[in-house]
Design a binder for this molecule. Structure first.
Ligand code: NAD
Length: 392
């Protein structure tokens, strides 16, 4: 089978879905690779690095879609709501599509993808199990985002992060608060600690307390308990507005004590909860920084403008989106390893093997044979359950 890698088309996107380092493993699995000319250039992988490893470089995007049995992208139509739609015209029936598809985004968009008859797999739906860990692209990208958020904060803050003892006196370390301690939050804690900041962190899921402490940060207790904070998949559950109001009331003082606040709090399929109000921002010292990693999902800070940086009463609120794309070499390398592990799972003896009794396949399969076939997605969009799951 042939795997095709088009150049990412989302404006400013620098990642690429496969890197030359994974081609040998794909070959072993019976998969040849074609890439669109220049697909890896912005991530630091020139065309020659692919052709040296046996990939064919094709001149146009159309050639890649026409040649490949499997297309893999980082941002497919769905997650690429700016330019992704153009790919619909290039897709072929029964072609396999693997990438970020934003399955709980717009029903109409997912239906459009289904309508092309492609067999699409959404990497966002990868189960959070030990077996699927090597295929977990969401975690890889969150790692890049958590790391970069801290660097951006450090670059913006008019202070040093570490304590410094100098001939001119001692500088006290900056204080960094991480709100939401999933994969991005944990990486942010580790990165801020490496830079010498005093770090504290808060999450609605009490189980993360030990993880926070093991990274040398303090876990913030707000004295309010969330009901069933975590679902069976390890994600936070949505809480009522009453809980969020109590959370905000308790959080104000904590926020004011910090120089930097990095927020990452999201709930799958929901708008991000507002945890940092305008009033809290105005309670922070001038020069302080808020980096809102939930910006793309509406933001955890009331003042966040997705994709923009604003200054309000001396506090900088950074709502940058798509941060993983700003570490494109390593973000692509991690993503490529995730996709390769997934392909090794899906392809047996050079053929696509869609086994619906396999949890990884079943949970990631989004569309097939013209329909949205994913049970969770159908339920989310209130579509009737399929009588016989396609491919069963
Ligand atoms: P996420 O991106 O869905 O959310 C980020 C964090 O925000 C979560 O920790 C969540 O609890 C928190 N949050 C949500 N609402 C909040 C609120 N109101 N206040 C404070 N915090 C709030 O999280 P993620 O990075 O995808 O991780 C989700 C879970 O999956 C974690 O338990 C993580 O350890 C686990 N995980 C497991 C595996 C695996 O086992 N293979 C892989 C990756 C992640």
């Amino acid at each position: 089978m042939i795997v095709g890698v088009p150049k990412e088309s989302f404006p400013g996107e620098r990642r690429v879905a496969l890197v030359p380092g994974v081609l040998a493993n794909l070959k072993k699995a019976g998969l040849d690779v074609v890439i669109e000319k220049g697909a890896g250039t912005e991530a630091g992988y020139p065309d020659s690095t692919y052709s040296d490893k046996g990939a064919k470089v094709l001149a146009t995007r159309g050639d890649v879609f026409a040649t490949a049995d499997i297309i893999t992208q980082v941002l497919c139509y769905g997650s690429n709501d700016r330019t992704g739609k153009a790919d619909l015209a290039l897709m072929k029936r029964d072609q396999v599509l693997i990438g970020f598809l934003r399955p709980l985004g717009s029903k109409e968009v997912v239906q459009e993808i289904a309508g092309k008859g492609v067999t699409s797999f959404s990497v966002e739906m990868m189960p959070r199990t030990t077996r699927a860990q090597s295929m977990d692209a969401l975690s890889s990208m969150a790692t890049a985002c958590g790391y970069k958020a801290v660097l951006i904060a450090a670059d913006t803050l008019p202070k040093f992060f570490p304590m410094l003892t100098t001939a001119a006196g001692t500088i006290t370390p900056s204080r960094v608060l991480i709100v939401g301690v999933g994969v991005a939050g944990l990486q942010a804690i580790a990165t801020a600690r490496r830079l010498g900041a005093v770090v504290s962190a808060y999450d609605v899921r009490p189980v993360v307390k030990e993880q926070v402490q093991s990274l040398g940060a303090r876990f913030v207790e707000l004295g309010i308990e969330a009901k069933d904070a975590q679902d069976s998949r390890g994600y936070a559950t949505a809480q009522g507005e009453d809980f969020y109001a109590r959370q905000r009331a308790a959080m104000g003082k904590v926020i004011a004590e910090n120089d930097v606040v990095i927020t990452t709090a999201v709930v799958p399929g929901k708008k991000a909860p507002v945890l940092v109000t305008a009033e809290m921002v105005r309670g922070m010292a001038p020069g302080s920084v808020v980096v809102d990693l939930a910006a793309e999902r509406g933001g955890n800070c009331e003042l966040t403008r997705p994709g923009e940086t604003i200054v309000d009463s001396g506090v900088t609120i950074i709502g940058r989106i798509n941060l993983a794309s700003t570490v494109p070499y390593h973000a692509s390398s991690l993503y490529a390893r995730n996709v390769t592990a997934f392909l090794q799972h899906l392809v047996k003896d050079g053929k696509l093997n869609v086994k619906m009794d396999d949890e990884i396949t079943r949970e990631t399969l989004l569309t097939r044979g013209g329909e949205i076939v994913n049970g969770r997605v159908r339920e989310f969009f209130q579509l009737p359950a399929l009588a016989v799951p396609s491919g069963a």
